[in-house]
Write a protein that binds this ligand. Structure first.
Ligand SMILES: NC(=O)c1ccc[n+]([C@@H]2O[C@H](COP(=O)([O-])OP(=O)(O)OC[C@H]3O[C@@H](n4cnc5c(N)ncnc54)[C@H](O)[C@@H]3O)[C@@H](O)[C@H]2O)c1
Length: 430
């Protein structure tokens, strides 16, 4: 197949902050594919996407990748250490993807926006509304995109759920549960470096928080948040590091009816559990029930000596898979990859989708996409901030707190059992 000369094409030069598991799973395939096949839309024509620079803590994984055949054919600048992000920003990138641990998103995202770069942040975008305000204001001032990755919104099953709801076939959601259980190898190995003081809900419940908020909103208001959890496996039973968390979020409709959602997360499930990452949801409506199970929607596979380690018993090839296409091509694709490519398509549309004089309108059009714009992440960030405050109070010996949203005392207000004085976590309206 003939390939276009990339040197002559408009190019989005990308900086990657964080080069861990999620880079390998979803960003790497995008960069490897787009090195040979530019993005294309009728508005932009072909636009190349190039991984130009990486910033990480030690630079070791990036160095290993640079030494591989893929890295040698598409080399990039590899920055490590405390000033890695600053050097990446000076190296002339147009867009920055932030895939650092969940409590280290804000600083690199702020630095990138301040330097006038488009930014994509892994979920959870940030951990407080004050941080979110700063990033959205910076993005608006600098005239760039600030987006967050919620790949579950691109899962065909979740797209159908939302379509059925928005079309009035599923009517009025009343309640539901979501469960996502990660294996022990995540807490004990993959994330061991940064897991102290952290919890599994901030990192994965957000997938479902956004799914609920995006699919069933916006005609309701977020009302209150409660949470509890268990400790004792990863860290001490009275410490700040959580094995599993149960979160409850309540919304109110204008007519006074309520909807409640329970979201259970863990990162201490046995490593040989068949699902690897076990995911299940059920939503109940006035006229319907939607039940979805990640493991039970398709393939079951057993290969001697290869499952469940290298290959999974119940793989999700819709999220991410490597394929030999019927037409002979080798590809890696799925909604986890598609959602990253969408960001680059949005950047391409802003920068190359028409005359420069009309850039502000194109920017506004892409900022209005509520599935990924940071300005539409307020409910998720509010819930994460409330959750973290409730878990911190529990670790300090005060379980059972509730956070009310947009009460007369403030936007996010934490009440402790037996204490008449509430604590304002965020004063402005959520
Ligand atoms: N979309 C998803 O389903 C999904 C799945 C996994 C992880 N994630 C998100 O991706 C992010 C990263 O997760 P991961 O699994 O890749 O983690 P990881 O621990 O495998 O990798 C983290 C990377 O960040 C780098 N890093 C750490 N601190 C840094 C700093 N201060 N400055 C620069 N680089 C730094 C590390 O060197 C490493 O390269 C998290 O926010 C997580 O929530 C998303």
């Amino acid at each position: 197949m003939q390939t276009l000369s990339q040197a002559t094409l408009p190019t989005i030069r990308c900086g990657m902050v964080g080069f861990g598991m999620i880079f390998d799973e979803t960003y790497r395939p995008v960069f490897e594919t787009r090195a040979h096949q530019p993005l294309y839309s009728p508005a932009t024509g072909p636009v190349a996407v190039k991984l130009a620079a990486v910033a990480s803590r030690t630079g070791t994984r990036a160095a290993r990748y640079l030494a591989s055949p893929a890295g040698q054919s598409q080399p990039f600048a590899n920055f490590a250490g405390p000033d890695a992000v600053a050097r990446l920003l000076e190296s002339g990138v147009d867009a920055v993807c932030v895939a650092t641990p969940d409590d280290r998103h804000f600083a690199p995202a702020r630095a990138a926006l301040a330097a006038g770069k488009h930014v994509l942040i892994e979920k959870p975008s940030v951990l407080s509304l004050t941080e979110l305000d700063e990033l959205t204001q910076l993005a608006a001032r600098q005239g760039v995109l600030a987006k967050v990755v919620y790949h579950k919104l691109a899962d065909p099953d979740h797209k159908k759920l939302r379509t059925l709801y928005q079309d009035g076939i599923l009517q009025h959601v009343n309640n539901g549960y979501c469960s996502l259980l990660e294996p022990k190898s995540i807490s004990g190995g993959q994330f061991a470096e940064w897991i102290a003081g952290r919890n599994p809900a901030t990192y994965v419940a957000v997938h479902y928080l956004k799914l609920i908020d995006f699919s069933f909103g916006p005609g309701w208001r977020l009302d209150r948040i409660t949470a509890t959890g268990q400790r004792g496996l990863i860290g001490p039973a009275d410490g700040p590091t959580w094995d599993s968390v149960q979160l409850q979020v309540v919304y109110q409709y204008p007519e006074g009816r309520e909807a409640a959602f329970d979201i259970h997360t863990s990162w201490v499930t046995p490593d040989n559990f068949p699902g690897y990452v076990e995911q299940e949801v059920q939503f109940r409506f006035d006229n319907a029930v939607w039940n979805a199970h990640q493991r039970k929607r398709g393939v079951e596979l057993t290969v001697e000596n290869r499952t469940p380690g290298e290959l999974k018993y119940t793989p999700n090839y819709h999220y991410n898979g490597t394929f030999l296409e019927p037409w002979g091509e080798r590809t890696q694709r799925g909604y986890g990859i598609e959602v990253i490519e969408r960001f680059f398509q949005e950047v391409a549309f802003v920068e190359y989708g028409g005359p420069p004089a009309e850039r502000p309108q194109r920017l506004q059009q892409m900022q209005a996409l509520t599935y990924n714009d940071l300005s539409a992440d307020r409910h998720c960030v509010a819930i994460v901030q409330a959750l973290e405050a409730i878990l911190a109070r529990t670790a300090a010996g005060v379980p059972g707190c509730v956070v009310k949203v947009n009460s007369p005392a403030g936007g996010l207000v934490l009440s402790e059992p037996g204490n008449a004085t509430p604590q304002v976590l965020y004063p402005a309206r959520v």
